[in-house]
Write a protein that binds this ligand. Structure first.
Ligand SMILES: [Zn+2]
Length: 85
């Protein structure tokens, strides 16, 4: 698909930047949460769990530019209010 979105399974440091989940919510799996890394710039990547990623994708109506802009804006806002530690 696109080279700025990478999917990781079993990444021990995995954590969703939106909902802060670190474990796979599925009861049959005891493992780190699968995440998608979205590369926004050279120094900035955002990790989202599949659930948050789906939500963002739906909200941006499957348009990659919208998706990246949405995530960029949201990460900026989170940084401003200091929730994105
Ligand atoms: Zn999430």
């Amino acid at each position: 698909m696109t080279d700025y979105i990478t999917t990781f399974y079993g990444l021990s440091s995995a954590k969703c930047d939106w909902c802060k989940r670190v474990y796979n919510p599925h009861p049959d799996y005891c493992e780190p949460i699968p995440v998608k890394r979205i590369t926004l710039s050279k120094n900035l990547s955002i990790y989202l769990c599949f659930s948050c990623f789906e939500t963002e994708t739906e909200k941006s109506k499957l348009n990659d530019n919208n998706l990246l802009n949405r995530i960029k804006e949201k990460s900026k806002t989170l940084k401003l209010v200091n929730l994105n530690d």
